[in-house]
Design a protein around this ligand. Structure first.
Ligand code: ASP
Length: 406
C-alpha cells in the first residue's frame, strides 16, 4: 500500500503543529500525548514481528549462504565507514567551535551511573530466550536469531520451503498493517511532539535551558546537518546512483516518525515501508540491511557522543591529546553501535567514551536538559543513514549480479 503526497504533507504538518501546540500551550501537550502513545504502541507492536519476518525473508531470498556472508561484511564495512566519517565531522567541529570554553560545570540533574562495557554488548547479541527478547523489544538478539534461522532454513532445501512461505506471507501481511498505521501517523506525530515539548515546559522554559548550552547544541546540529545533508546525499548519488531529492521525499514519513519517536527501532516498520515500497529497494537487501542498521548504524548518535565528550573536556578544562581524541573517535563509534534504537540510549553508552579518556561522568548532567531535543535530530540522521545504506548495498549487489551474469 502506497500512501500519497497528501499523507506525507499531513505527517510533516503533524510535526509542525505538535511543536506549535506543545511549545505555546505546554498543558495542552500533555492532553494530546495519548495520541502519540497509541501510534508508538502500534509501531512497536509491528517492529518485533517485522524484524523476524523481514530478516528471514531477506536471508532466504538471498539463497546462497556465501552471498549472505558477503553482503553481511559489505554492510558492516559500509556502516562503519559512514559512522567514522560522521564522528570525524563531529570531532573537527567541536575542536573548531570550542563550545565548552568559558562555561563552568553546573550539575543540573541526576546522572545515570549505568555500567556499560563492550563485553556486555557482545553478550547481549545472543538471546537466551527469544520470546523474552521479543517481550522486551530487544532487537539485536532477534536479528541474530532470525539470521541463523533464515540461514538454516535455506540449508534445509525443499523441506523448509513451507516455513519460508509462511514467513513471506506473514511479512506481507505485516507490511500491509504498517501501511494502515501510517494513516494514523499525522495524529501520532502531532501527539508525540506536543507532549514532549509540553513536558519540557514549552518554549518559555525550554528556550532558556537550550540557551545555557546553545553552542554545544549548535555544534551537534551543524555536524548532523553536514553529515545528513552533504555527506550522505553525496554517497546516495555517487555510489547508490539515486536521485537524492525523490529518495528523500519518499522517505519523509520515516524521517518524521524518527523525529517524533526518537527511536530507530520503533521507526523501523515505517523505514522498511518507505525503502521497499516507495524507493523500490529489493526486500532481500532492505530486510537485511535495515533491521541491522536500526541497531548498529547510528551516525547521528556517534557524532553527538564525540561532540559531547570533547565538550565536557573543554568545560572541565581537561585538554585531550591527539591520541586521546583518537580514543574518543573509536569509542564513540563503538558506543553508537552498542546503543539501542530507543530514546536517549546514546546518553547511557556515552559513559564508555568518557571513561576511556578519564573524563568526569558528572559532565553528562549538563547535557540532560537538551538531550531529548537533540535526540530527535540524531535519530532522524540515524534512520536516514540506514536508508541510504540500503540503496548503496542494493547497488553494490546488483553490480555483483551483473558481473556474475557477464
Ligand atoms: N534515539 C536514538 C535512536 O533510536 C539513539 C540515541 O542516540 O540515543 O536511534
Amino acid at each position: 500500500m502506497k500512501f500519497g503526497r497528501h499523507t506525507l504533507l499531513w505527517i510533516l504538518g503533524g510535526v509542525v503543529l505538535g511543536a506549535l501546540t506543545g511549545g505555546t500551550f505546554p498543558a495542552a501537550g500533555g492532553k494530546v500525548g495519548f495520541l502519540g502513545e497509541v501510534f508508538l504502541n502500534f509501531l512497536t507492536m509491528l517492529a518485533v514481528p517485522l524484524v523476524v519476518t523481514s530478516m528471514i525473508v531477506g536471508v532466504t531470498n538471498l539463497g546462497d549462504l556465501r552471498k549472505l556472508g558477503r553482503m553481511g561484511w559489505q554492510t558492516i564495512a559500509y556502516y562503519m565507514a559512514t559512522t567514522g566519517i560522521s564522528v570525524a565531522i563531529g570531532i573537527i567541529l567541536v575542536n573548531m567551535i570550542r563550545p565548552g570554553e568559558g562555561l563552568t560545570a553546573v550539575a543540573q540533574g541526576q546522572v545515570q551511573r549505568g555500567e556499560f562495557s563492550l563485553a556486555q554488548v557482545v553478550v547481549g547479541f545472543v538471546p537466551k530466550n527469544i520470546f523474552k527478547a521479543m517481550a522486551e523489544t530487544k532487537i539485536l538478539p532477534l536479528i541474530v536469531f532470525s539470521l541463523l534461522f533464515g540461514g538454516a532454513l535455506s540449508a534445509t532445501g525443499g523441506r523448509g520451503r513451507i516455513v519460508v512461505e509462511f514467513f513471506r506471507g506473514a511479512n506481507e501481511a505485516l507490511m500491509k498493517l504498517v501501511g494502515l498505521v501510517m494513516y494514523f501517523a499525522p495524529l501520532g506525530v502531532f501527539g508525540l511532539v506536543a507532549e514532549r515539548l509540553g513536558k519540557a515546559g514549552g518554549w518559555e522554559e525550554f528556550g532558556p535551558e537550550l540557551g545555557k548550552v546553545l553552542n554545544y547544541s549548535l555544534t551537534v546540529l551543524v555536524g548532523l546537518t553536514l553529515h545528513g545533508v552533504v555527506v550522505l546525499p553525496f554517497i546516495l548519488w555517487a555510489v547508490g546512483r539515486r536521485n537524492v531529492s525523490s529518495y528523500a521525499s519518499n522517505l519523509s514519513p520515516a524521517l518524521a516518525t524518527a523525529f517524533s519517536t526518537a527511536s530507530s527501532s520503533a521507526t523501523l516498520p515505517v523505514t522498511i515501508e518507505c525503502v521497499v515500497r516507495r524507493n523500490e529497494v529489493s526486500e532481500e537487501v532492505a530486510g537485511f540491511v535495515l533491521p541491522l542498521g536500526a541497531t548498529i548504524n547510528m551516525d547521528g548518535t556517534a557524532l553527538y557522543e564525540a561532540v559531547a565528550a570533547i565538550f565536557i573536556s573543554q568545560v572541565y578544562n581537561i585538554p585531550l591529546s591527539p591520541v586521546q581524541q583518537i580514543v574518543v573517535f573509536i569509542t564513540a563509534t563503538l558506543a553508537s553501535i552498542g546503543a539501542a534504537g530507543i530514546p536517549q540510549a546514546g546518553l547511557v553508552t556515552m559513559v564508555m567514551v568518557l571513561k576511556a579518556v578519564d573524563l568526569p561522568l558528572e559532565g553528562i548532567a549538563m547535557l540532560l536538559s537538551v538531550d531529548w531535543f537533540l535526540d530527535r535530530f540524531r535519530t532522524t540522521v540515524n534512520v536516514w543513514g540506514d536508508s541510504v545504506g540500503s540503496a548503496v548495498l542494493e547497488r553494490l549487489r546488483s553490480g555483483e549480479v551483473e558481473d556474475e551474469v557477464s
